[in-house]
Design a protein around this ligand. Structure first.
Ligand SMILES: [Mg+2]
Length: 269
């Protein structure tokens, strides 16, 4: 079902409810996917619409896997809530603030950082992301020793400090052992802002947690939440399965934001 088929039904409470929230992903949702993620920026139209919506809704929030400082710099709109690192960090008072549960692991992350620095092979770069620690080995002087020698030591450090070790593209990440994802972020924002109705928009696998959470929040009578998937040529099937309705690409999201803005403005006259 496209969102246009749901304006009189599923989406109607977004117009008529008192406290309404819009929670959205950035990459692939507000910003077209480009070959290099460094070059990805939200469209001018989506930024303009979000800026106006933030004057009319109880909450407009951006949720991303990017570090929150990066997310904030790319959207650069006042009045929005920014959640980065998949919910481990928020942007507050022009600075990175780690989620309350993450604070319990701040010391562990710092101790782990010192331990990693002590054993890091030449060319390995350690990035302190506040809520997580990234260990980049793209420029390692001896690539062969990374998986054989370095990774087991990293795993020992993670275990010793009760952190989880993740492996990405030429990067390891040490993270707090917390079950925080975009779904739990969505639920938390609904509760924190006491939302009667809310929509979550996202395009990727990690957004599926939030799209599923929408149905759960509705079923439990907590909030009239709607999950909107963003459809493209290679949308993961879990997004299509989990979404209540769909928008056609970044342009389709812009059209939805435009409809929502006009509808809430008309209803408040
Ligand atoms: Mg995305």
């Amino acid at each position: 079902m496209t969102w246009r088929d749901a304006t009189e039904t599923l989406l109607a409470p977004l117009i008529t409810s008192e406290r309404v929230g819009l929670i959205t992903d950035m990459d692939g949702t507000l910003a077209p996917i480009v070959p290099n993620p460094e070059d990805a920026y939200p469209t001018d139209r989506s930024k303009e619409l979000l800026a106006q919506l933030s004057d009319h809704l109880a909450l407009v929030a951006a949720v991303s896997g990017r570090p929150v400082a990066d997310l904030h710099a790319r959207l650069d709109l006042p009045g929005l809530v920014y959640s980065g690192n998949h919910g481990l960090e928020r942007w507050e008072n022009d600075a990175v603030a780690v989620a309350p549960l993450v604070r319990d692991y701040t010391d562990a992350l710092q101790h782990a950082k010192i331990a990693v620095e002590a054993i890091a092979p030449e060319g390995v770069m350690i990035e302190d992301k506040g809520a997580t620690l990234s260990v980049h080995y793209r420029n390692a002087a001896v690539p062969a020793e990374i998986n054989l020698l370095f990774e087991p030591k990293l795993r020992d450090i993670a275990d010793k400090h009760n952190l989880r070790l993740f492996s990405g593209r030429k990067v390891f990440e040490l993270r707090p052992p917390l079950d925080i994802d975009k779904g739990t972020v969505f639920k938390q924002l609904v509760e924190e802002y006491d939302l009667d109705a809310a929509v979550y928009i996202g395009d990727d696998t990690t957004d599926a947690d939030a799209l599923k959470m929408a149905g759960q929040l509705r079923d439990e009578g907590i909030c009239h939440a709607v999950g909107m998937g963003v459809q493209s040529d290679d949308t993961p099937s879990v997004v299509l399965i989990s979404a209540d309705c769909l928008a056609a690409g970044v342009e389709g999201v812009e059209d939805f934001l435009d409809w929502l803005l006009k509808a809430v403005m008309a209803s408040s006259i």
